[in-house]
Design a protein around this ligand. Sequence first.
Ligand SMILES: [Zn+2]
Length: 65
Amino acid sequence: MMGRALAANECQGKCAWQPTDEEIDGRQVFECGACRSEWTAEQSWTPRNWDGEISQQVARARRLG
Ligand SMILES: [Zn+2]
């Protein structure tokens, strides 16, 4: 079975992206601590925290693809 759908919730301007222990298709799943949206590096967009910063872990996952 190929992966699963990522959660996509409306952000409240409080985003804080953190890595989780979960992987989908070999890519680490990140979760927003505020709105519980999820992200993997397979997505074409890159999540930013509320302050506009891209977390180091997200940037690293982005480089690894
Ligand atoms: Zn969010």
